[in-house]
Write a protein that binds this ligand. Structure first.
Ligand code: SF4
Ligand code: SF4
Length: 165
């Protein structure tokens, strides 16, 4: 497997953590983009459904039982690495609902149009915010409606400069 040295995962790395298409096409599901063996494991304890399997070693990478995952998104804000996303390809015929971690200010508002960024920070679309969830962590969970073909591409948002927050 090729290894990214820029902090941006390679396509090979992304492929290893992409839920199987049969699952993605059936229900909302988590995608955990965690690639570094570091001592970190709060994601496992955060899942009430046991879909993030207990770590044998704290340096392990997360292992997911996609059948157990409900797509609830409770794990997203537990991750200090902002590495956890939930993808719902069943949202509508053309659109997916993407839940992502967000810590920047100003926060967008529900209904607001924001810029959608890929993993490298490039703007790839303008998308609508569906919902903002405050959590017990410093991380918010932002749900955005994205074109299905960009659900595995968009990983961040940027609030537009004319935001009146
Ligand atoms: S989305 Fe919900 S069910 Fe799925 S891994 Fe995260 S906490 Fe568990
Ligand atoms: S909490 Fe985040 S960074 Fe830590 S192991 Fe889980 S996914 Fe990786």
């Amino acid at each position: 497997m090729s290894v990214s040295h820029s902090g941006i995962p390679t396509q090979d790395e992304i492929n290893t953590v992409t839920p199987p298409p049969a699952i993605l096409n059936r229900k909302p599901v988590v995608m955990v983009e965690c690639f570094q063996h570091i001592p970190c494991d709060p994601c496992a304890a955060s899942c009430p459904f046991g879909a993030i399997l207990p770590f044998a070693d704290i340096n392990d990478l997360p292992k997911i039982d996609y059948e157990r995952c409900t797509g609830c998104g409770l794990c997203i804000a537990s991750c200090p690495g902002l590495a956890i996303f939930v993808i719902d390809m069943t949202f509508s015929q053309d659109s997916a609902l993407l839940k992502l971690p967000y810590e920047m200010l100003p926060l967008p508002r529900p209904g607001e149009i924001v810029k959608a960024l890929d993993r490298e920070g490039h703007e790839v679309a303008e998308v609508k915010v569906e919902k903002i969830l405050k959590t017990k962590h410093k991380t918010y969970v932002v749900s955005i409606i994205v074109p299905k073909e960009l659900a595995l591409v968009i990983r961040n948002i940027k609030v537009k400069e004319n935001h009146n927050g």
